[in-house]
Write a protein that binds this ligand. Structure first.
Ligand code: MN
Length: 153
């Protein structure tokens, strides 16, 4: 039996560690057939107290979720790309794909996106929230308080 992931019945997410001029983590959520993308300088955190700056960048093609390798010198983003985490996500109500996309599109427009990650490293409820009074592309990625959250001592 095919898994939900390979059958396309769920929405993919991926985090690519990108060792370019400045190390950052590219956080990508499948939505509307493309990957909505944010560059996170410090990377995502499982600690709700870490509010991580996430700069929204251009959409990437869906197939880019599988990309790992070296972007050659002289090309934009030159450096090593590794998949840091990858699996699937839903909206915060754990809806089926079609319904989840409706909610997520509303959230994206409103600048407040609630979702659940089912990754290997990133698990549970997260929020992406657009910062007010900043450049148009500045968001914060925040782990929500839930039983999967990790707090430093
Ligand atoms: Mn990048």
């Amino acid at each position: 039996m095919k898994s939900k992931e390979s059958s396309g019945a769920v929405l993919a997410f991926v985090v690519q560690r990108h060792d370019a001029t400045h190390l950052h983590y590219d956080f990508r959520l499948e939505l509307n057939g493309v990957l909505k993308s944010w560059a996170i300088p410090k990377g995502p955190s499982m600690n709700p107290h870490d509010k991580r700056l996430a700069i929204m960048v251009e959409d990437h093609p869906y197939a880019y979720k599988d990309f790992e390798g070296i972007i050659p010198a002289g090309h934009y983003g030159a450096g090593k790309v590794e998949i840091w985490d990858k699996r699937y996500y839903t909206d915060d109500l754990d809806s089926e794909k079609e319904q989840a996309e409706k909610y997520l599109n509303k959230g994206l427009t409103a600048g407040h996106l609630d979702f659940i990650l089912y990754g290997k490293k990133l698990k549970g409820a997260f929020t992406l929230i657009k910062m007010k009074g900043r450049e148009d592309n500045a968001w914060l990625l925040i782990k929500q308080e839930d039983e999967l959250a990790e707090h430093s001592i």
